[in-house]
Design a protein around this ligand. Structure first.
Ligand SMILES: Nc1ncnc2c1ncn2[C@@H]1O[C@H](COP(=O)(O)OP(=O)(O)OP(=O)(O)O)[C@@H](O)[C@H]1O
Length: 381
């Protein structure tokens, strides 16, 4: 991936932001905090320097970051009577992996859709590097450096793997009307696009499949294809919607390594994930949504201590102290409660319901951990 830092150099239109008020910065952060870091700056960050970025960040919803690449204000979206998203303020730190978690129906996918131009909010503003993206459609957003992948991979099964990746190169010269009148320009562009697609296929070890139909790939390989396609425009920030869903354990590890490698190259990553082990493994910072709102932000290792997070996942009506082991796994009565939540979810799915609401009502905790005695009528109240 080229490293020319071209996305991030402050200029008159995009001045470097100053350090947010109230953010305590130590020496480790000083080199990049308060200015807009380039891809090159971010590439040379050591792991302690990267975690140092969050040292002075308050673990509260909407907290200021030293060098935010994305800033969101008052973005809301309703469907009928349901307020799917109401994000008052959110800043995403440049050059870090931010995990976005929350129960089913929390509004994560809708939020991704809104800020990448795939859906329109009812209210709100948001910016990338200080430039408002409010009226842009997805390919305009991509041209400015932000791309997304989808929860359900969108690979076109009757096209080759190579062509699917090439499709990611939207908004480049070959698409323009004028270039169509100048085929020599277009052909050069086409060759560059093909070369880059091959390079990305090699990176994701899909090069042997370049000429196969995308429909022949496994679920995990399609996720890799989706990432390769997203990287065609050499983005500054990638939004990954459940990149691990449906991927077998062997490929999960490889995907995780790919995501970390992107971050280590200076790409900002925001990803939606349900698996807490994955979240703890690769996130530098975690943002928690529930019922459309940002309810918590924290370092991944402190998630289990956050009452709002536990409430969001286990329902707000428990009246016992929750306990987790040092791996963040629930223990004792908390484990029993967690199993009941699982059982309630399973039951909902078996009955053909969806999981658009978190489980909010649970029976008394007993020793019968495997009990499926959740009254479905009470769930989602
Ligand atoms: N196109 C739509 N029409 C109507 N309601 C919608 C639409 N898209 C989302 N919703 C509703 O908005 C809410 C948020 O849904 P969203 O898919 O964004 O949540 P999520 O956190 O991504 O959930 P999951 O983890 O299950 O993917 C839910 O109540 C959902 O039913």
């Amino acid at each position: 991936m080229p490293d020319d830092g071209r996305h991030s150099i402050p200029d008159d239109d995009h001045p470097a932001p100053s350090a947010p008020a109230g953010t305590a910065l130590d020496e480790t952060e000083a080199s990049i905090a308060g200015t807009r870091a380039t891809r090159r700056d971010l590439k040379v960050l050591t792991a302690p320097e990267r975690s140092g970025l969050f040292a002075g960040v308050d673990a509260v919803p909407g907290s200021a970051k030293p060098d935010p690449i994305i800033v969101v204000d008052d973005v809301s979206r309703s469907f009928g009577g349901i307020k799917a998203v109401q994000v008052d303020h959110l800043e995403i730190q440049r050059g870090a992996i931010t995990g976005l978690i929350g129960p089913n129906g929390a509004g994560k996918t809708t939020f991704f859709n809104l800020i990448t131009g795939f859906d329109r909010p009812d209210t709100g503003t948001w910016s990338l590097n200080g430039e408002s993206l409010g009226r842009m459609v997805p390919h305009q957003v991509a041209r400015r450096g932000m791309v997304r992948t989808f929860q359900l991979t969108k690979a076109l099964s009757k096209m080759t793997v190579l062509d699917n990746v090439k499709l990611g190169a939207t908004g480049q010269r070959g698409e323009h009307f004028l270039s169509a009148l100048m085929p020599w320009t277009w052909r050069r562009q086409e060759a560059e696009i093909t070369e880059r697609a091959h390079e990305l296929l090699r990176r994701f070890r899909l090069d042997a499949k370049a000429d196969d139909f995308a429909g022949s790939l496994s679920g995990g390989q399609r996720k890799l294809l989706e990432m390769a396609r997203a990287l065609m425009t050499d983005p500054e920030i990638v939004m990954l919607d459940e990149p691990m869903a449906g991927v077998n354990p062997a490929l999960t590890q490889s995907l995780l390594e790919h995501i970390k490698a992107l971050r280590d190259e200076g790409v900002t990553v925001v990803f939606v994930e349900h698996d807490m082990d994955v979240i703890r493994d690769i996130s530098d910072w975690v943002v928690v949504m529930a019922q459309g709102q940002i309810i918590a932000e924290s370092l991944p290792e402190n998630l289990g201590d956050n009452e709002a997070v536990v409430d969001a996942y286990l329902g707000g009506h428990h009246d016992m102290a929750l306990e987790f082991d040092d791996q963040g796994r629930p223990v004792g009565d908390t484990a029993v409660l967690a199993e009941k939540v699982e059982a309630a979810i399973e039951q909902t799915l078996e009955e053909g319901g969806d999981l658009s609401e978190p489980v909010t009502e649970l029976p008394e905790v007993t020793d019968d951990a495997a009990s499926h005695s959740v009254d479905p009528e009470k769930k989602g109240e």
